[in-house]
Design a protein around this ligand. Structure first.
Ligand SMILES: N[C@@H](CCC(=O)N[C@@H](CS)C(=O)NCC(=O)O)C(=O)O
Length: 261
């Protein structure tokens, strides 16, 4: 062990017992305060922010000051998002974006009305998540000289195929602006979050345009945005800050395309 061993020791164990943490996490969402630790970008922070707004929760963003060793060390895996849930009894923590999304969706009744609806909504969520992950892995976090190729494959193969498959499901669900059932769900919200992420990327308007050309998918977006709490969040300074922050951050992953000149 090196001399920095103190900093290297990460733990999910808190000062309070797991039973107490569990009580805080199970508490009525109106009785606690939520703090979302994430960068000032949309990406992985978008769905939690939408759900906390939708649920009229008492919540705020916490952006890292410098994202130094200490801040990273306070996150169990050295990455964000991390959700802190605070009550009079102390503070509990939820880590990993998928886990945070599922936790908040359950809290705010965004997982349908029965076991089958819940699992199907989670399947749609996972499929939306997959699309964002593929964009992150193949276009954003790839070698600079592979980016143009990655973007073209994403635009001409992956997204059109994904849209076609999901349009079939939307049609079977009655073209009602929801992936499954007739209520707002985690899957519907995750689509809007993913479109927000695409919009913060260089040439993201081109990706979003593919979805806009699909009336069934665009209807899901419009249906989510009709919710007054979600609309209020999108009209807020906080939302603007993460949209602008995202554009600034992701400007690194642009690439040259001579055919555009
Ligand atoms: N498996 C994690 C990945 C999250 C992740 O990649 N977070 C990035 C920002 S989007 C991060 O915190 N990066 C900081 C770093 O790598 O130092 C999750 O899904 O929550």
């Amino acid at each position: 062990m090196s001399s920095t061993s103190e900093l290297q020791y990460r733990s999910f164990h808190a000062d309070i017992s797991t039973e107490k943490s569990s009580r805080i996490l199970a508490a009525d969402p109106r009785s606690v305060e939520y703090e979302l630790m994430y960068f000032d970008i949309t990406c992985v922070g978008a769905s939690p922010r939408y759900m906390l707004s939708y649920g009229k929760a008492n919540w705020h963003d916490k952006f890292p000051k410098t994202w130094d060793d200490k801040e990273s060390h306070d996150c169990p895996f050295g990455v964000m998002p991390v959700l802190h849930v605070k009550s009079e009894d102390g503070q509990a923590m939820v880590a990993e974006s998928v886990v945070i999304d599922m936790y908040l969706a359950k809290k705010f009744n965004l997982l349908g009305s029965n076991e089958y609806e819940e699992l199907t909504i989670k399947a749609f969520y996972s499929s939306v998540h997959y699309l964002r992950e593929r964009s992150l892995m193949r276009v954003t976090w790839t070698q600079a000289d592979k980016r143009k190729e990655g973007f073209e494959a994403f635009m001409t193969k992956m997204v059109p195929w994904w849209i076609k498959v999901h349009e079939q499901h939307l049609e079977r669900n009655g073209s009602n602006g929801h992936f499954f059932g007739d209520k707002l769900s985690l899957a519907d919200i995750h689509l809007v979050s993913t479109l927000d992420h695409f919009a913060e990327l260089p040439r993201g308007d081109k990706i979003v345009a593919l979805f806009k050309a699909s009336p069934l998918l665009w209807k899901v977006r419009e249906t989510v945005l009709e919710n007054p709490e979600i609309a209020a969040w999108r009209a807020s300074e906080g939302y603007n800050k993460v949209v602008e922050g995202g554009k600034k951050f992701y400007s690194f992953c642009t690439f040259e395309d001579k055919s555009e000149a």
